[in-house]
Design a protein around this ligand. Structure first.
Ligand code: SF4
Length: 89
């Protein structure tokens, strides 16, 4: 039986892109770059970033929103279900 070596997740950074097996879901790298990674974002930072991007998209005219929805969100417009008042920013 082959042994599986699990990464020491506790020594890895608090990053929303870090998977349970210690691999990065955001970057095409074989190993997490650690605390100094410029793309590291906590779950809270990730949520704020998403909220900011949704606010920015919501400020655009409808045709641009539809273009973005088709190109990046499989035609869905997830920002429409967000209530601006519930944003934390
Ligand atoms: S710190 Fe960087 S390399 Fe590590 S999981 Fe996060 S984004 Fe990926």
């Amino acid at each position: 039986m082959a042994k599986t070596i699990l990464p020491d997740l506790l020594s890895m950074p608090d990053c929303s892109s870090l998977s349970d097996n210690g691999k990065c879901k955001r970057l095409n790298v074989t190993k997490c770059r650690g605390e100094k990674c410029p793309f590291k974002k906590s779950n809270e930072e990730e949520n704020v970033s998403r909220e900011r991007s949704f606010l920015r998209i919501m400020s655009l005219d409808k045709s641009k929103q539809i273009h973005i929805a088709k190109k990046y969100f499989s035609g869905n417009m997830p920002w429409e279900s967000f209530d601006k008042k519930s944003f934390n920013i």
